[in-house]
Design a protein around this ligand. Structure first.
Ligand SMILES: Nc1ncnc2c1ncn2[C@@H]1O[C@H](COP(=O)(O)OP(=O)(O)O)[C@@H](O)[C@H]1O
Ligand SMILES: [Mg+2]
Length: 452
């Protein structure tokens, strides 16, 4: 898209010349002969950049600048001043002008300035666009859950988002802790500032320390230059400490100090650095147990656990599975350009009855696979498409209803035994153990169902 530039200039010849020059360079140019006309046109045309003369009859350039700073401060203004009026130009910069240029005009200089500012403002626009996308991604409409449990949780997340409080997010792996952390940040007053994440579980202690606090050059072998830590990077924004239950006692102590005092030194440094950072932390560990065992500090626990949010495992909210499945089908349809329309009832009932030790992450990966690999011309996922690790029996019993209870239960029992045998490489002792029946009961079932 062409950059739209507005030239405000009372001298007709200069105005026409500027229009000619900028149109020649591929800009979309709009003109105004004074401040009042400019203000009216800005509202309609929304220029990307304004070039304004200072001395003009009616509303002059300074007055116009004042109005723009008030009404549309996002539009950059370059002031054009007569030779010898540098003081006024400096005043204009103080009032919010992005730059100035003196007459007689040198068009290459003017063009360079306009280019630079237009690049800058398109960067800002792009940034806003990306931020917008992030906000949409972490908008609550994209966090799926209709069960009461999860709705209460969303309400809590929404309530704490706008505060500056430390939040400790707990729950098994894959339940959505990181998603919640993102949602808190992108729905908070800090949304335009950085969201910085660190996974404390995967870094060795010394690395974690320099990642968090930064280091100065020469602090240790390999520290060839100064490094800014995540606390500094997150200044004004949010720092998400993931897997907080995995850090050493030594690091816990160092963290405690920053959380209490908001200050620290870089590794090897002497300067005390102050930061304004909101802390979110997450863990899948049982911190209370860790405290009892002496591996997690009580004081740090209380610092972090100001607002605890516990995300339930997927198996405890299996009514959400159907919504998640549809959500992920849509998501991966888009990503892979597929057109899966639906999933049939039997397949859905199998998905709903699985336990998901890996929680939503596991379900998401599963649906991704189903979407990518699906070759059904109908565009419908069926039970036959599901991977073998899922219990292939229809727990809903919907299909078996007409065969009567006894037969349905027997069919079910048979399928279960066959599956268990397969999982235990046909070892009967192990299979009986797995199914928690004694050997003679198990052998009689094998005979009854004619299983070898
Ligand atoms: N309620 C939800 N709705 C939609 N997607 C979810 C939901 N909860 C989790 N996810 C997705 O599941 C995956 C795992 O979530 P994540 O936040 O990384 O879990 P955790 O940090 O608890 O291990 C991510 O891709 C995330 O987007
Ligand atoms: Mg995680």
């Amino acid at each position: 898209m062409k950059t739209r530039i507005m030239v405000v200039e009372d001298d007709h010849d200069t105005l026409e010349l500027m229009i000619e020059v900028f149109e020649g360079k591929g800009y979309n140019v709009d003109k105004a002969a004074n401040g009042i006309e400019a203000l009216q046109k800005i509202k309609i045309h929304e220029p990307d950049i304004i070039l304004s003369d200072i001395q003009m009859p009616g509303m002059d350039g300074m007055e116009l600048l004042k109005n723009i700073s008030k009404d549309c401060p996002h539009i950059p203004v370059i002031m054009v001043t007569a030779y010898g009026t540098i003081d006024i130009a400096v005043d204009a910069m103080k009032m919010g002008a992005k730059d100035f240029i003196t007459k007689p005009l040198r068009f290459d200089e003017l063009h360079t300035k306009v280019e630079r500012i237009s690049q800058l403002s398109s960067l800002i626009k792009e940034n806003e666009f990306l931020l917008n996308k992030l906000q949409q991604k972490y908008d609550f409409t994209n966090i799926i859950g209709k069960t009461d449990k999860i709705k209460q949780l969303f309400q809590l997340v929404q309530d704490v988002a706008s505060t500056n409080t430390t939040v400790l997010i707990r729950g098994e792996s894959g339940t959505g802790k990181e998603l919640i952390a993102n949602a808190i940040h992108y729905n908070s007053g800090r949304m335009k500032r950085p969201f910085v994440k660190i996974n404390c579980g995967v870094l060795a202690e010394s690395l974690l320390e320099s990642e968090l606090f930064g280091h100065v050059r020469g602090a240790f072998t390999g520290a060839i230059k100064d490094k800014v830590g995540r606390f500094e990077l997150a200044h004004g924004g949010t720092l998400f400490l993931d897997e907080i239950g995995d850090i050493s006692l030594n690091m816990q102590l160092k963290l405690l100090r920053v959380l209490q005092e908001g200050e620290f030194e870089r590794v090897g440094g002497t300067e005390t650095i102050k930061v304004d950072v909101r802390i979110l932390a997450a863990t899948n560990k049982n911190l209370e147990e860790a405290m009892e065992q002496g591996t997690f500090r009580n004081d740090l626990y209380y610092r972090l656990n100001v607002i605890p949010i516990t995300v339930p495992p997927l198996r405890d909210r299996s009514d959400d599975i159907q919504y998640l499945v549809h959500h992920f089908i849509e998501k991966f349809n888009k990503i892979y350009g597929k057109n899966i329309r639906d999933i049939d009832a039997k397949a859905m009932s199998i998905l709903k009855n699985y336990e998901y030790p890996g929680n939503i992450r596991e379900l998401e990966n599963l649906v991704e696979r189903l979407v990518v690999l699906n070759k059904n011309t109908t565009g419908v996922i069926t039970a036959a498409d599901l991977p073998p690790i899922l219990p292939s029996v229809d727990y809903d019993g919907a299909d078996d209803m007409n065969s009567g209870l006894v037969k349905a239960v027997e069919d079910y029992e048979k399928k279960l035994i066959v599956k268990a045998l397969a999982e235990n490489n046909n070892n009967k002792v192990q299979t009986a153990k797995m199914l928690q029946v004694n050997r003679s009961t198990f052998m009689s079932r094998l005979k009854k169902y004619n299983i070898n």
